[in-house]
Design a binder for this molecule. Structure first.
Ligand code: NAP
Ligand code: MG
Length: 507
C-alpha cells in the first residue's frame, strides 16, 4: 500500500489529481471546486497535484465527525490508544524512505534532512505512545482523617492542530499524538504547501487503527478553513505552530470564546562565540544551524554574536564554509541545501539580503538568486553571511526564515548576552566557550526556551520539552513530559469515607 493509503496517487494523473480531505474515516472530495497547485520547489514545472481550497462547511463537517467520535475514543483505555500509536510508529519506520522522498519533492529539503525529520517523528511516537501507560495525576494527603484526595488528567474533547510547512511530518505528529493518546479527537489543518506529506501522515494513523472520526484532516486556506475551525464552538482547544501574525490572530479569536490556545511561533536564534571557543566547532555548528534546511527552521541560527578578538578569523572561516555549500535539488544525493519552499519565501530571503546592505551591514558573500543550469526552474538562493551587523538592524531583529546569517561583533560576555537577548523572540540559543562560569551565567540569563552548550541552535530530543519564551510561544511546552498538559485538564477528586458531614478549615 502506498504511503498515502486510500488516496489516489496524483502523479499518476499528471498532477491533475485533487487531494482529498479525511473526514469520519473516509477520503472525501471537498465540496469546493477551487484548487491551488502543489509544486516541486526545486523544479516548479513539476505539478504534484491540486490542493482543494475547502470551504467552511467542509471544516464544520470535520468537527462534527470528531465530536461524534469523541465518546467512544475517550472511553477507550489509554494503553489501547497508545498501542495504536506504537503501530503508527512501526508503519512510519517501514515507510520512511518513501515518505522522505515525498517530503523532499514537495517541500524541498534534502532527503537526508527528510529522513532526519522522520526519525525524530518515530522517536516522538515511541515516547508519546508509552504515555498511554503513564498518564497520571497526583495523590496528596488530606487535612482530614479518612479522606482521600487525588487528581486525574482528562481529555478536552475536539481539538484542532494547525501546522506549518517546514516540518510537515514531525510537527503534526508532535501535536496529534499527544492529543490522541490522552483521549481527544482531532481536526488537522496542515499547511497548504505540504498537502501530500500531510495525507501520508494521516494515512499512517488511519492504517494504524485510529477509529473513524478520531482524526480528521481538512486541506485549504488558513483564512477559510483555519478560521472556521478556530471559531467553532465545539472546538475546545487549538494547538498552532507558525508565524507570529497568524498566531496572534488565532490566540485572540480563541480567547473571545474561551478556547484553550497554544502557539509556537518565530525565532531569531543566537549563537554566542566567546574568544576561548573551539573555533572550528563554532564555525561548523553555525553554518549547519544557519543553512541547514535552507534556514527554514524555527530553531535556525540567524545571529552569531562573536567576541571582537576572534571575529575576523570566525567570519573568514564561516564565509569559506558558506561558499562550499552545494545548493540543488534535495533529491540529488550531493546536495547540501535545497531550495526555498516557494516563490514568496525566496522573495523574502532576497528582500532581506537587500535590506541588510541598505542598512550598512557588510555582505561577505552569497545572497544571489541561483538560476544556472538545473537550478533555472527552482527557488534557489546562495547562503549569505553578513558581517558588522548591529543588534538593532532589521536583519538582526526580524525572522527571515532563509539561509541568511548576521554576525554581530561585541567586546565581551556582558555585551554578547545583551545583544543575544535584544530581540522579541526566545526560542533557542547556544554558546561556544570552554569557560564553565560563562556557561552557567549564559544558562541563567539567556531568554530562550532551549539552550545548547557547545552545539548549534537546532536539534533536540523527543523526551524533552520543546518551545520558546517571549514572543515565540504561549501555552505549555510541546513534546517530552509536558506534551500532555495542553491536551488534558485536571480533575480534583475528594473521597470522604468518614460517613459524616464534612468539616474543614473553610467552614
Ligand atoms: P503560517 O503562515 O503562520 O502558517 C501556519 C499555518 O497556519 C498554516 O497551516 C496556515 O495555512 C495556517 N493559517 C494561516 N492563517 C490562518 C488563520 N487565520 N487561522 C488559522 N490558520 C491559519 O506559517 P508558515 O509560513 O507555514 O511557517 C513558518 C513559520 O512557522 C515561521 O515563523 C516559523 O518560525 C514558525 N515555526 C515555529 C516553530 C516553533 O516550534 N516555534 C516550528 C516551526 C515553524 P496556509 O498554509 O493555508 O496558509
Ligand atoms: Mg506562510
Amino acid at each position: 500500500m502506498s504511503a498515502a493509503g486510500a488516496r489516489p496517487d496524483p502523479r499518476a494523473q499528471g498532477g491533475g489529481q485533487v487531494y482529498r480531505n479525511f473526514i469520519g474515516g473516509e477520503w472525501v472530495a471537498s465540496e469546493s471546486a477551487r484548487t491551488t497547485p502543489n509544486l516541486n520547489p526545486a523544479d516548479t514545472r513539476e505539478v504534484l497535484g491540486q490542493v482543494p481550497l475547502s470551504t467552511a462547511e467542509d471544516a464544520r463537517r470535520a468537527v462534527a465527525a470528531a465530536r461524534a467520535a469523541w465518546p467512544a475514543w475517550r472511553s477507550t483505555p489509554a494503553p489501547r490508544r497508545g498501542a495504536i500509536l506504537f503501530k503508527a510508529m512501526a508503519i512510519m519506520d517501514a515507510e520512511k524512505e518513501q515518505v522522505a522522498r515525498l517530503l523532499t519533492r514537495e517541500q524541498g529539503k534534502t532527503v537526508k534532512e527528510s529522513l532526519g525529520e522522520i526519525q525524530r517523528t518515530i522517536n516522538i511516537l515511541e515516547y508519546i505512545a508509552a504515555e498511554g501507560r503513564r498518564i497520571g495525576g497526583q495523590t496528596v494527603p488530606s487535612e482530614l482523617p479518612s479522606n482521600f484526595c487525588y487528581t486525574v488528567r482528562q481529555p478536552l474533547g475536539v481539538v484542532v492542530c494547525v501546522t506549518p510547512w517546514n516540518f510537515p511530518v514531525a510537527i503534526p505528529v508532535w501535536k496529534m499524538a499527544p492529543a490522541l493518546v490522552s483521549g481527544n479527537t482531532v481536526v488537522f489543518k496542515p499547511a497548504t504547501l505540504t498537502p501530500e506529506t500531510a495525507s501520508a501522515v494521516v494515512s499512517i494513523f488511519e492504517r494504524a487503527g485510529v477509529p473513524r472520526g478520531a482524526l480528521n484532516m481538512v486541506l485549504g486556506s488558513g483564512g477559510t478553513v483555519g478560521n472556521a475551525l478556530v471559531d467553532h464552538d465545539d472546538v475546545r482547544a487549538i494547538s498552532f505552530t507558525g508565524s507570529n501574525d497568524v498566531g496572534a490572530e488565532i490566540y485572540s479569536r480563541g480567547a473571545r470564546r474561551m478556547a484553550r490556545v497554544q502557539c509556537e511561533m518565530g525565532g531569531k536564534n543566537p549563537v554566542v562565540v566567546l574568544s576561548d571557543a573551539d573555533l572550528e566547532l563554532a564555525v561548523e555548528s553555525s553554518a549547519q544551524g544557519a543553512f541547514g534546511s535552507t534556514g527554514q527552521r524555527c530553531t535556525a541560527t540567524s545571529r552569531v554574536v562573536v567576541e571582537e578578538g576572534i571575529a575576523d578569523a570566525f567570519v573568514e572561516r564561516l564565509v569559506a564554509r558558506a561558499k562550499r555549500v552545494r545548493v540543488g535539488s534535495g533529491l540529488d544525493a550531493a546536495t547540501e541545501m535545497g531550495p526555498a519552499v516557494d516563490r514568496s519565501q525566496l522573495e523574502t530571503d532576497l528582500k532581506y539580503i537587500a535590506i541588510g546592505q541598505e542598512e550598512g551591514a557588510r555582505l561577505c558573500g552569497g545572497g544571489r538568486k541561483l538560476e544556472e543550469g538545473a537550478l533555472a526552474h527552482g527557488h534557489f538562493v546562495e547562503p549569505a553571511v553578513f558581517d558588522h551587523v548591529s543588534p538593532t538592524m532589521r536583519i538582526a531583529q526580524e525572522e527571515i526564515f532563509g539561509p541568511v546569517v548576521s554576525v554581530i561583533r561585541v567586546k565581551g560576555f556582558e555585551e554578547a548576552l545583551a545583544a543575544a537577548n535584544q530581540v522579541r523572540y526566545g526560542l533557542s540559543a547556544s554558546i561556544f566557550t570552554r569557560d564553565a562560569s560563562s556557561v552557567f551565567r549564559f544558562v541563567d540569563d539567556i531568554e530562550a526556551g532551549i539552550v545548547h552548550i557547545n552545539s548549534g541552535t537546532p536539534g533536540g530530543e523527543a523526551q524533552l520539552p520543546f518551545g520558546g519564551t517571549k514572543a515565540t510561544g504561549v501555552g505549555p511546552r510541546e513534546q517530552g513530559p509536558t506534551a500532555l498538559e495542553f491536551f488534558t485538564e485536571v480533575k480534583t477528586v475528594y473521597v470522604d469515607y468518614t460517613g459524616q458531614a464534612r468539616k474543614s478549615s473553610m467552614y
